[in-house]
Design a protein around this ligand. Structure first.
Ligand SMILES: *Cc1c(COP(=O)(O)O)cnc(C)c1O
Length: 402
């Protein structure tokens, strides 16, 4: 990304600021579709929770992507962005039967991940097709909080309970049209992933009426130099071949689905902040920026690494810095980072800010959530304004204490 362009955007729109590069989103999308080009029916459902800005969703709609949603509100955002209900899949965890009914009534594909709701839903709506989320009990994922396929995970119906699912289907006469798994984020070992797919293929044989198999996501992207990332091309080659033979055995051209979030949007995003203060202590040089974990919580929540660079002084002499926020609690974005010399007023850029950054932002310390800009076709578009004081108070009911 061009530093001058990012600097000019902070001048135009202020800071802190999220910037998303549509070209990168498009090229990541195309990488997956090309890797799986030998599969007849491929469907990608972008996971909205990674970045739910309506203009970003519209970009995915334009690419013919579907969307994966985890709440009725994400479904509504998708409809607002122009998605047809049939291009939306709803994969909630632990939500009420009422919410599932509401989403089903919108015509959205339902994905159920527990037997209790499956049974109740089947009794009430035997004619609405349902996908089931299976937990294959494969340990995968970059850290425990985002690893959701293991044995004691709250996600999915255990592979050992497939006979129970079949009994529910028989009793209710409901129609299972798809099988799904999502084992967790940050899958690096393709063989581990392929082992999980074998479990899903075996399960699929138990449900001969299905139309699709959804392999979830977990594609890892690099966060720092030398990071390994999911080799989509290798995965595409191996899984496509296996999928195509499975379809022959199964006797039907099933649709292969994925629902990546991070892979599609993470690297497209940049978070831009101004340095308010440079503070030299006896041991550390702190660079305090005009943001904090209210805007980008991943380093604090997951210990995630976001590469930080000084775009105002890219060729300055490198020194070690701790980059911190302005929140009145420890909010360290990065410790002991080698960054070219930082002066007060410089603009620091955080990479990999497209996924799980804005969507996790809050108003903590009563700060405004920042603006978002989309770079598309050579133009910059403001796609969300920075909040104002009115946003902080609009839902407060101010009572008279006299
Ligand atoms: C979060 C989530 C995804 C996306 O995961 P990424 O790691 O961002 O690709 C996909 N499917 C489901 C069900 C999810 O909850």
């Amino acid at each position: 990304m061009d530093n001058q362009l990012l600097l000019s955007l902070t001048e135009k729109y202020g800071s802190p600021l999220y910037v998303y590069n549509a070209d990168k989103i498009i090229s990541q999308y195309n990488r997956i579709t090309e890797a799986f080009s030998s599969v007849k029916n491929l469907k990608l459902n972008y996971a909205v929770k990674a970045n739910s800005n309506i203009s970003v969703l519209k970009l995915f709609n334009k690419l013919s992507s579907g969307i994966d949603t985890v709440s009725i509100q994400e479904v509504q955002l998708g409809l607002e962005a122009g998605f047809y209900p049939e291009n939306i899949i709803y994969t909630p965890n632990g939500v009420s039967l009422q919410e599932i009914e509401q989403v089903a009534n919108l015509g959205v594909q339902i994905n159920i991940d527990n037997i209790s709701i499956l049974e109740q839903f089947g009794h009430h709506y035997p004619n609405i097709p349902v996908c089931v989320r299976i937990n294959p009990h494969i340990m995968a994922g970059g850290n425990h909080k985002i690893s959701v396929g293991h044995i004691d995970s709250k996600f999915g119906i255990s592979i050992h309970q497939v006979p129970h699912i079949k009994r529910v289907v028989e009793n209710t006469k409901m129609h299972i049209n798809g099988i799904h798994m999502h084992t967790g984020s940050d899958i690096l070992d393709i063989d581990v992933f392929l082992a999980a797919t074998e479990i899903l293929f075996n399960t699929a044989k138990e449900f001969p009426q299905i139309d699709f198999i959804d392999f979830g996501s977990g594609f890892k992207v690099p966060y720092k130099e030398g990071d390994i990332s999911t080799n989509i091309e290798e995965l595409g080659e191996k899984l496509s071949k296996r999928f195509n033979t499975f379809c022959k055995e199964f006797g039907k051209d099933l649709t292969l689905m994925f629902e990546p979030g991070k892979f599609l949007v993470s690297e497209a995003g940049y978070f831009l902040t101004h340095v308010n203060v440079v503070k030299q202590t006896t041991s550390t040089v702190f660079a305090s920026v005009d943001s904090g974990f209210n805007h980008l919580i991943r380093p604090m929540l997951y210990d995630s690494y976001h590469h930080i660079h000084n775009i105002s002084n890219p060729n300055g002499r490198e020194r070690y810095y701790s980059v911190v926020g302005y929140i009145c609690e420890t909010d360290t974005f990065g410790s002991n980072r080698r960054i070219s010399e930082i002066r007060e007023g410089d603009v620091l850029c955080f990479n990999n800010a497209g996924a799980y950054c804005y969507t996790m932002a809050s108003n903590y310390n009563s700060r405004y959530r920042p603006a978002e800009v989309l770079l598309y076709n050579g133009n910059d578009y403001l796609i969300r304004k920075q909040e104002t004081f009115n946003d902080l108070i609009k839902n407060q009911v101010i009572i008279d204490l006299d």
